[in-house]
Design a protein around this ligand. Structure first.
Ligand code: ATP
Length: 469
């Protein structure tokens, strides 16, 4: 990673901890590698992302319903979905330092394995070195490593009680397909959406919250009418619609589209069930990597869950001529934690404050107001004037019924502004002596730093309009 990029990542990790967005997991015990806890501000940001996603893709659409399914499912689900057999990464160990790596992340590894298999000679400088200890020729043959976490259901720890933590939320939607059809009378095309935790025993977690073993997904399984096998356009139009929806979401939450590459994943690199996949790659400081994925899963999942369970998961359309079928699925899959990381990177800025003569600099988190942990902060000008504090508390208590609002009565106003800028609070409200008389307050805008006087009675509609815009 280039020095500047590394600095930016270190800055974001330090900032996230200092201001209560994200803490290292189990920190008082020295931590637990690559686990992270969301702090008071992080949980607000994450909740705002999830609420916005739910509102946009479930609440405001006629063709969508939501679910919240169990993390631990019958293990037969994972047999049918292909995860027990195929959800594996090739793991390589170094004979010297005993570090383990994902084979496809080691430069030149595939060519070396091929040369060993075919007994073809490979130039000595092409033999891959261990990325940790640099020893050449110390890497062992790759072994397939299943990424699902195993545990036991109930008190006995034998194979009959083995269960798995779900590696994706998707299967919860497939196994409930019939329940949803029976209870909602949805007709194709329609989608099922779910937000929830997923678990993968990643070989190489890292880059802060980018790759962790426990993470959250926002997924949609969008079921479409049976496509015409002769006409790709019959499923492509739905796929294209979701590709556009995902780009609009990315833009609307405040990620610059120029930082995104839509990568058409070639055959051979796609998941076993996918006929087409687009990865939305974001330019992270450590390189371009997957933010979100969009996959055409065909009818693979419903077909296999029906075969394994014996329960009919076919869709019967109103058209009596049409035979029942497994509707194919388009899957927009979004990681919540990668969204948080991309948003922190996009929003974090250090800039000179043009409003001060000394040219002081400030850190400002330019999050969209809808996503900001606090929508406003309320300050009494002076903490030792009870009448100011009382009026400010009234304003604060009124606003809190509608928004997350911060209270700060310490230090000078300039410092309080900077402190709120740093955590992304879009509006700061100061109650001063004039407020007592005129029943108005000062609202200061985070981005423009401009201030205006607003009547206290107009404050709520004023903020509502600005925040929901
Ligand atoms: P990668 O190639 O980075 O391992 P993937 O292609 O396996 O990701 P998907 O199975 O498509 O990921 O999962 C959907 C989304 O879930 C990803 O686009 C990402 O946002 C998120 N995600 C997947 N794995 C992780 C992880 N280990 N940590 C955090 N988020 C993840």
């Amino acid at each position: 990673m280039a020095k500047d990029s590394q600095n930016l990542m270190e800055k974001i990790v330090g900032f996230a901890k200092r201001r209560g967005f994200i803490f290292p997991g189990s920190e008082i015990y020295g931590g637990l590698a690559n686990t992270w806890d969301y702090g008071p501000l992080g949980v607000e940001l994450k909740n705002n992302i999830k609420q916005l996603w739910w509102k946009r893709f479930v609440q405001e659409r006629d063709d969508m319903v939501g679910l919240d399914t169990a993390i631990i499912m019958n293990p037969k689900v994972w047999e049918a979905s292909g995860h027990l057999k195929g959800f594996s990464d090739p793991l390589v160990e170094c004979r010297e330092c005993h570090q383990r790596f994902k084979a496809d992340e080691i430069k030149g590894f595939a060519a070396w394995v091929k040369s060993v298999k075919t007994k073809a000679a490979l130039a000595p400088d092409k033999i891959p070195a261990c990325p940790n200890c640099n020893t050449i020729g110390s890497l062992m043959k790759p072994k397939m490593f299943n990424l699902m976490f195993k545990t036991f259901l109930g008190p006995s720890e034998d194979s009959s009680s083995t269960v798995y933590l779900r590696p994706e939320t998707a299967q919860g939607m497939f196994v409930n397909f019939k329940n949803v059809l029976d209870t909602t009378r949805k007709t194709l095309p329609f989608g099922i959406a779910q937000i929830g935790k997923a678990f993968r025993n990643e070989i190489t977690p890292g880059n802060f919250i980018f790759r962790t073993r426990e993470f959250e997904q926002m997924e949609i399984e969008y079921f479409i009418p049976e496509p015409d096998p002769e006409n790709e356009a019959s499923w492509r139009k739905y796929f294209d619609m979701w590709q556009m929806e995902m780009m609009s979401w990315i833009r609307d939450i405040g990620i610059r589209p120029e930082k995104i590459v839509e990568h058409d994943v070639p055959e051979g690199e796609r998941a076993h069930y996918s006929k087409k996949t687009i990865d939305f790659l974001y330019e992270f400081p450590f390189g371009q990597d997957e933010l979100y994925g969009l996959a055409y899963r065909t009818d693979f999942d419903l077909k296999n869950q029906e075969k394994a369970s014996g329960v009919n998961l076919k869709y019967k359309s109103a058209n009596k001529e049409e035979a029942p079928y497994w509707p194919p699925t388009i899957e927009p899959s979004l990681g919540v934690d990668r969204t948080v990381l991309a948003l922190l990177l996009e929003a974090y800025a250090e800039e000179k404050d043009p409003s001060t003569k000394l040219g002081a600099s400030r850190v400002v988190l330019k999050l969209k107001p809808q996503l900001a942990p606090y929508k406003a902060a309320v300050f009494p000008l002076l903490a030792n004037k009870p009448e100011l504090v009382a009026l400010a508390k009234n304003v604060y208590n009124d606003l809190r019924k509608d928004f997350m609002v911060a209270w700060d009565d310490r230090g000078n106003i300039g410092k309080r502004y900077y402190s709120q800028d740093e955590i992304g609070t879009p509006y700061c409200i100061t109650v001063d002596f004039e407020s007592l008389e005129k029943k108005d307050i000062t609202v200061r805008d985070r981005d423009t730093m401009k201030q205006e006087r607003i009547k206290i009675s107009d404050l709520l509609p004023y903020l509502r309009e600005k925040i929901c815009a």
